[in-house]
Design a protein around this ligand. Structure first.
Ligand code: NAG
Ligand code: NAG
Ligand code: NAG
Ligand code: NAG
Ligand code: NAG
Length: 674
């Protein structure tokens, strides 16, 4: 089975057990994510992005106008062009007419009535890729320094000797750089894959410019050494390049990173909260102008802060939040950074679990039309969880109790005060944040245990910070459980236990053990135990990269529909990024999707829509018919007139041709009114 290739469901195979688990990995993780996976050729790294110029074409035997290149598993040339009257490649934009088909359901008496619907969208994507800067809060941390080092190593095309041979810089683990999408079938009926990054013009990671803040004044070379993530040979080569990079002073409020980080804190922005906010804004402007950037994106990758309550009148609205800062009341450093970025018109992404993006910050982002995304990078363990639970529940297996209280203890059902006892100690019922329906006996469990020795691990051992982490890790299976009323009654929830221990010796090499127990038919039991060891930062860094590249791309996409011809961008809470976040932030009222495969499809299909390609449906009907009858190619007839006002209001600041972020980032940003 090759990368990106899913085994077929047919034949005599029983779709259960080990094979299914392996298949899940191959389907959902980019090739190369797993050690030992087939090496992927590095496509166009650092080279100018495809311009979308059609390649020479010639007709095949059966009239397929696909280029008769010898198609390998994956195209070495990532260039492609969609030949359709619905797609127009202009000098500045790619414009695609797109039929969005879905269905709405209404409950009428005892019957669910389903009405298929169709909406016509016009997607417009600006082709000009900007010069992009990334500012990391916690730049000198393991994740920040590793990401910076990785981009540099790729840009310089470094290779270094290790005890198992020479290694070369690559971007394994990045969805956009090392993941692929299937474009369709070639003349032989085989799927043609291209790198994700070639779907639409995207910033090349090698071209990113980094800057950032840190409460520790170590330069990036020293930070890299402290992190102990990279091989020595690579560190030596990177040292002279990283030495010159020194983090800007950051905001340190001891009560938020309750674990005492004061040993590190020697590089601080002093003054009142309002002065600190101003300094952060000045830093962003300074970076933008001194590095000659078109856009800046800010990413929080610093310490996990403690969880805070949202207080009405203080951080519930944009106005109140700005006033709270001006008055110098309690506000977390991460919220301060978020507010500063939003005011500067820069997207803000929260890579830690705390609730940085309070309602006031979300409202501010909405008002300023700036993207925000969060919370907490979804790296190893949670990513596996969002695959495995989807796999178990999706195949009709009920995740069953082991940790916590077993069905036996409960004597078969109903409410019992003992349930509360279950929630104490290390084991906490899952979904602890949300008010729940009637409690049922715990008849399922997912138990996760970790130990790690990096700074994050050390400080997660403090209860208030651990609580933030626990909340973000625990709601991960929500949607999957709720999607299956056959297995789970309303309000029924599995035991979900998360333990994190600090073991300095293992450093950045995180150990994760998970146990999933599910119920087979007729009372059988199915237990899966997973052990994972990997360098935590090497998992997180490519996720940070994807977040930045996808956010920037979304800023260049705008669309209108046949019913609303006024161009608009994506909602300021960028839920398209859910694939990359443990506790995805979504616009109010929107369903949260945690299942990894659905999250990946969402990104893929929206990007496909932008170039007028239908959603990936995996039906492969071409190969399932008695008689070959599918006309795979031929003149496509444009049926509908263009519904959207073409070039509607190009002068409007937020027009289709503009930055969906609204603010032209080069403009002098507005100062807060308070
Ligand atoms: C198609 O074009 C390629 C070069 O562009 C050429 O090598 C090949 O022979 C052509 N095939 C046919 C069927 O004309
Ligand atoms: C943190 O520890 C240092 C000593 O290492 C001490 O001087 C400082 O007061 C402590 N700060 C807090 C906020 O506990
Ligand atoms: C909201 O503001 C109050 C008062 O400044 C503060 O105590 C609380 O921690 C804040 N909540 C969040 C989530 O930042
Ligand atoms: C890096 O990010 C990952 C994913 O969020 C996290 O688990 C890890 O603890 C972070 N590392 C540090 C040193 O903060
Ligand atoms: C570097 C640092 O301040 N580490 C702290 C992390 O949290 C633990 C537990 O609260 C503290 O003991 C450490 O000092």
């Amino acid at each position: 089975m090759g990368p990106g290739e899913c085994p077929s469901l047919g034949g005599n195979d029983l779709w259960m057990g080990k094979r299914a688990v392996m298949a899940l990995f191959y389907c959902f993780f980019p090739p190369g994510w797993l050690a030992g996976a087939a090496p992927v050729p590095m496509m166009g790294m650092g080279m100018p992005r495809p311009s979308g110029i059609p390649q020479a074409q010639n007709a095949s035997r059966d009239g397929c106008p696909c280029p008769m290149l010898q198609l390998s598993a994956m195209e070495a040339t990532a260039d492609f062009v969609v030949e359709s009257p619905d797609v127009v490649y202009g000098p500045d934009t790619i414009e695609a007419q797109y039929e969005y088909r879905t269905a709405c359901v209404s409950r009428e008496g005892n019957v669910l009535k389903v009405y298929p619907t169709s909406t016509r969208f016009t997607f417009r994507t600006a082709r000009q890729v900007p010069r992009l800067g990334v500012m990391l809060v916690g730049w000198g941390g393991n994740n920040g320094s590793t990401l910076t080092a990785a981009v540099l190593a790729n840009r310089l095309r470094l290779s270094w000797p290790t005890r198992t041979g020479r290694k070369e810089a690559n971007y394994y683990g990045s969805l956009t750089q090392a993941g692929t999408v299937s474009l369709g079938l070639d003349a032989e009926g085989q799927e043609v894959f291209v790198p994700f990054s070639s779907l639409l013009p995207m910033v090349a990671p090698d071209d990113l410019v980094f800057d950032g803040w840190d409460i520790s004044s170590l330069n990036l070379a020293e930070a890299m050494r402290r992190a102990q993530v990279l091989d020595w040979g690579l560190q030596e080569q990177l040292w002279p390049h990283l030495e010159a990079l020194r983090p800007r002073p950051s905001v340190y409020i001891p009560e938020f990173i309750a674990a005492n980080q004061s040993v590190r804190a020697d590089n601080l922005i002093l003054g009142t909260r309002a002065q600190q906010l101003e300094q952060i804004r000045r830093d962003i402007r300074d970076f933008r102008s001194s590095a000659g950037l078109d856009k800046v994106i800010v990413l929080w990758t610093a310490n996990t802060e403690r969880f805070c309550e949202v207080v009405p009148g203080l951080n519930d609205t944009a106005e109140n939040l700005l006033r709270t800062i001006q008055l110098g009341l309690e506000v977390s450093p991460s919220t301060l950074f978020a507010v500063a970025s939003i005011l500067e018109g820069c997207a803000f992404l929260n890579g830690s679990p705390q609730n940085t993006l309070v309602p006031g910050a979300l409202e501010l982002a909405r008002q300023r039309r700036v993207f925000v995304g969060g919370d907490d990078f979804k790296s190893g363990q949670t990513k596996v969880k969002s695959v495995l639970v989807d796999f178990l529940i999706g195949s009709g297996l009920k995740v069953r109790g082991l940790g916590g209280c077993t069905a036996q203890e409960w004597g078969g059902g109903g409410l019992d005060p003992k349930h509360q006892a279950c929630g104490r100690g290390a084991c906490v019922p899952w979904g602890l944040q949300l008010p729940r329906g009637p409690l049922f006996p715990q008849t399922m469990s997912i138990v996760s245990y970790n130990h790690l020795g990096n700074n994050d691990g050390q400080n997660l051992s403090a209860p208030p910070q651990f609580r933030s982490k626990e909340v973000s890790k625990s709601s991960v299976v929500d949607d999957m459980v709720q999607s299956n009323p056959v297995l789970y009654r309303p309000g029924e929830e599995p035991d979900h236990c998360v333990v994190i221990k600090y073991v300095p010796y293992v450093g950045d090499s995180k150990r994760a053990l998970d146990e999933y127990t599910s119920e087979l038919m007729l009372g059988g039991t199915n237990t899966l135990v997973l052990h994972n060891t990997c360098e935590d930062s090497l998992l997180a860094a490519p996720i940070m990269l994807d977040l930045v590249l996808l956010t920037e791309l979304c800023q260049r996409v705008s669309f209108c529909t046949d019913t609303d011809p006024e161009p608009q961008g994506f909602h300021s809470v960028l839920s398209l990024l859910s694939f990359l976040f443990k506790a995805p932030l979504v616009p109010p009222g929107s369903p949260v999707v945690n299942a990894l495969f659905r999250q990946r499809s969402c990104i893929e299909n929206i990007l496909r829509a932008c170039v007028g390609l239908p959603p990936q449906n995996h039906m492969l009907l071409e190969h399932k018919m008695e008689r070959p009858g599918l006309k795979r190619v031929g003149p496509v007839v444009a049926t509908c007139p263009v519904p959207c006002k073409r070039g509607a209001a190009p002068t409007a600041p937020n027009g289709c041709t503009g930055d969906a972020n609204g603010l032209s980032q080069a403009d002098t940003p507005q100062m807060p009114t308070t």
